[in-house]
Design a protein around this ligand. Structure first.
Ligand code: IMP
Ligand code: MG
Length: 180
């Protein structure tokens, strides 16, 4: 049985509008400074583009890959850093740009690791936030949209590496999800 998509939650236009608002806020918070944008692979690639192109503060870009998810919809709880950024973060303003914060497990672990590099500050900018699923005290500084407890896909977000190419955010209908 194929997975069935739910309705569209956010269109490309809505996401782009929200990214502009957040970029304006980041510009204000870091006026006259430089920020390192750290893209969490792979889900944040479209969202970071929307943020980055609207910023006027100077930026540097790097990537990080960490995961606690395999081919299932629930977090394994074990976080693995699969690709570490090469950029020097000492005394720098770092903004981790994330697709979605769910339990908060992944980012809590990633942020503790990044802190060891001595940045001036670390902020998190996430496209989506599932606050109701949080199992720790992790807090995102910039949030695109708060969402309910749905398994969302599209605009970079995947289920087993599929659906990242959708130009909108939708979700998988619970009853139809074919787990691998
Ligand atoms: P956390 O560690 O539970 O906060 O999970 C974070 C990661 O799990 C996110 O960065 C996503 O890659 C993935 N994830 C969590 N919820 C969803 C979802 O609804 N759709 C797709 N990926 C998700
Ligand atoms: Mg992610």
């Amino acid at each position: 049985m194929a997975n069935k998509l739910g309705k569209i939650l956010y269109t490309e236009e809505q996401i782009s509008k929200r990214a502009k608002e957040i970029a304006a806020q980041i510009d204000k918070d870091f006026e006259g400074e430089e920020v390192i944008l750290l893209c969490t692979l792979k889900g944040s690639i479209l969202w970071i583009g929307d943020i980055m192109k609207n910023l006027t503060v100077k930026t540097k870009l790097d990537f990080i890959s960490a995961s606690s998810y395999g081919a299932s919809k629930t977090s394994s709880g074990v976080v693995k850093i699969k690709f570490d950024p090469e950029i020097n973060m000492y005394n720098a303003n770092v903004i981790v740009v994330e697709d979605i914060v769910d339990t908060g497990n992944t980012l809590k672990y990633v942020l503790a690791k990044l802190e060891e590099r001595g940045p001036k500050c670390i902020k998190v900018c996430t496209m989506l936030n599932k606050e109701s699923r949080r199992t720790n005290d992790f807090h995102a500084d910039y949030v695109g949209f708060e969402i309910d407890d749905l398994f969302v896909i599209g605009y970079g977000l995947d289920f087993d590496q599929r659906y990242r190419d959708l130009p909108y955010i939708s979700y998988l209908e619970e009853d139809d999800v074919e787990l691998l």
